[in-house]
Ligand binder design. Structure first.
Ligand SMILES: Nc1ncnc2c1ncn2[C@@H]1O[C@H](COP(=O)(O)OP(=O)(O)OP(=O)(O)O)[C@@H](O)[C@H]1O
Ligand SMILES: [Mg+2]
Length: 303
């Protein structure tokens, strides 16, 4: 963690809880504007303590500690297979952890390994810091290849709002606003899968933004885009961050990490081995050796 971070109150995140946060409690009305956005106050939003994730004998994540502060833009970097996507999925609630240390109210306890037989209520869990409105943070995720339904652009956004529990009377306005925000207002009735790669990624961002998330998770959001589409998506991410959305993104593009992130975390073999403010990460003489090799493009292939 960054040395400049304040001490956490011990709040931590349970992906199971997070995935089922009471969306309908979100205040009604149009999406936030910069003027209405919460101030980018650096306070802990999520805390992950000693989280591990295994797939059979593969340890995708090992004892990861991460504290995410409100208003941060965290870039996850690391070689292929280092655990970036798994960490994003864990934080977003799509992936369960093997073991999480629960530090609710500051009392640390080691939780047992969850099993499918265990009811959700008994599984190890950690919790979020509640939002000022006394609700868990809302998160949205944009994947490397956007998952779009065989429907119009508009319906892809509307269905996301319906799933979120947004009242019917608000869905149209929020959908339109989100599509206009990403420059797809005039393509609302086009089949989503007929859009170009860059437009599809913008649609995925609109769908996420329409949910008015507190945290936006992005998995290599510009990996397959040409330079101009890449720039468009980067500007949108920056705009969302300016609106007060906390951003966690994985990227192989170090320039992008420099341009967008306030903090960079480096993963190697499922471990979070460096976590620094962005300037320190790129200029620090005392980075762990793997991270230095990665920055120089000299990491050996691992099998
Ligand atoms: N569903 C899965 N089943 C089995 N193994 C998996 C699964 N998902 C990830 N893994 C393994 O977990 C490890 C971490 O994978 P992950 O996708 O998180 O890495 P990554 O850093 O996102 O890689 P990349 O840069 O290639 O996207 C890898 O060894 C991968 O093979
Ligand atoms: Mg990945």
């Amino acid at each position: 963690m960054s040395g400049s971070s304040p001490d956490s109150a011990g709040n931590s995140v349970d992906p199971d809880i997070q995935a089922h946060a009471p969306r309908a409690e979100r205040p009604a009305g149009p999406a936030r504007t910069a003027a209405q956005a919460p101030p980018a106050v650096y306070e802990p939003l999520l805390t992950l303590q000693a989280a591990s994730v295994s797939f059979g004998t593969t340890r995708a994540l090992q004892d990861v500690n991460l504290r995410l502060l409100r208003g941060e833009r965290l870039a996850l970097v690391g070689a292929n297979g280092s655990g970036k996507t798994t960490l994003l999925r864990l934080l977003h609630g799509l992936q369960a952890a093997d073991r999480v240390t629960d530090r609710r109210h500051g009392a640390a306890q080691n939780a047992a390994t969850p099993s499918a037989a265990q009811p959700a209520a008994e599984r190890p869990r950690t919790e979020h810091l509640l939002q000022p409105e006394n609700r868990p943070p809302i998160s949205a995720m944009v994947f490397q290849r956007p998952f779009l339904l065989h429907l119009s652009v508009r319906w892809n956004v509307l269905l996301g709002l319906w799933l979120q529990g947004v009242p019917a009377a608000q869905r149209d306005a929020r959908c339109q606003q989100a599509l206009q925000r990403v420059g797809l207002g005039t393509l609302a009735h086009r089949p989503a899968r007929a859009l170009s790669g860059g437009q599809q990624q913008r649609l995925a961002l609109a769908r996420a933004w329409a949910l008015q998330p507190d945290i936006l998770f992005l998995d290599e959001p510009t990996a397959s885009l040409d330079p101009s589409a890449k720039q468009e998506v980067e500007s949108l991410v920056r705009e969302f961050a300016d609106d007060g959305v906390t951003v966690v993104m994985s990227t192989h593009n170090l320039g992008q990490a420099k341009r967008l992130a306030t903090r960079v975390a480096y993963l190697a073999g499922g471990r979070l081995v460096a976590d620094r403010p962005v300037d320190e990460f790129f200029d620090s003489p005392d980075l762990p050796v793997e991270a230095r090799q990665f920055l120089k493009g000299e990491l050996p292939w691992l099998t």
